[in-house]
Design a protein around this ligand. Sequence first.
Ligand SMILES: NC(=O)c1ccc[n+]([C@@H]2O[C@H](COP(=O)([O-])OP(=O)(O)OC[C@H]3O[C@@H](n4cnc5c(N)ncnc54)[C@H](OP(=O)(O)O)[C@@H]3O)[C@@H](O)[C@H]2O)c1
Length: 308
Amino acid sequence: MKTDARILVVGATGVLGRPAVKLLRERGVVVRALSRHPERAADLAALGAEVVAGDLTDTASLQRACQGATRVLACAHGLLGRGRWRSEAVDDAGHRALIAAARDAGVERFVYTSALGTGADHPIDFFRTKAAIEAAVRASGMPFAILRPSAFMEHHVHNFNGKGLLEKGKVQLIGPGTKPRNFIAGSDVAAFAVRALLDEPLPFATLDIGGHEHLSGLDVARLYAQAAGVEARVAHLPAAVARALAVLARPVHPGMARVMRLLSLPDDAFDESFDGAAALEARFGLRLKRVPEFVREQVVLAGPPPAH
Ligand SMILES: NC(=O)c1ccc[n+]([C@@H]2O[C@H](COP(=O)([O-])OP(=O)(O)OC[C@H]3O[C@@H](n4cnc5c(N)ncnc54)[C@H](OP(=O)(O)O)[C@@H]3O)[C@@H](O)[C@H]2O)c1
């Protein structure tokens, strides 16, 4: 494990970035944490990270941030972005600029966070972009590792599902909520990111990462209801309405339009399954968080449910 690395984390304030910075700092590694809003990263500064202002759409800021870094973790994205921060500018052009800045600064290892199921023929542009950036990373000449995690529990189990039940007494799902999906805790993905950054030699080139369970949106809502001792109240926005909203939203908010379209696709439009969780645990000596355990933690954190 190379603990004298100097690591630039782009996306340091995200669900994956924050625990990755924490794990790196616990190992005494020098970390530079890049954010568009450094004032929101006081917690990372308190961990001893150097917080710098930067933006994937500002090439000069990436060149500055890469100076002196020996390794880079790229874990930012613009899935929901619009205007200056639309996905094309952040996920495509911004990442190409970051790869070039890292290579020019002599970075000796580049770790890119892609996503499970990414491919050139994916029905959603965001995942096609991830595939194109994977190819750019491979062609960069830098030693690299690519992480391909499934959906993060913090966003897809909690923020987009159970949080609604805990805070408003109702979950709002787009479509029927029947598609089985694999979930992993972003905090667990951070452990793989740290291995990719510090292990000698590089432990893998491309790694699919996922958790144990395959659950639908309805399954997740029921888990929250059970854990909180409340009724599983779920409202559905019909998929056809979501598709129409996606078309209307595209000119003003392409990120929102993308997510509407993604969630309104039929269950078999693209696969979100992963069957290698036990093998990952054995190979890396880790224990991956289970969804019911994550849900119980969120319910405890939320405190008693409000009366509705
Ligand atoms: N969430 C998932 O379910 C999931 C699943 C598979 C793969 N992934 C991938 O995992 C990585 C981390 O995702 P996440 O869910 O942890 O992210 P997140 O919580 O949504 O946070 C987004 C991060 O991206 C940064 N960012 C956005 N636009 C930026 C820009 N223009 N310049 C610099 N930084 C920018 C934000 O930083 P500031 O706001 O501080 O600038 C923030 O740190 C991403 O590559 C994502 O595509 C995520």
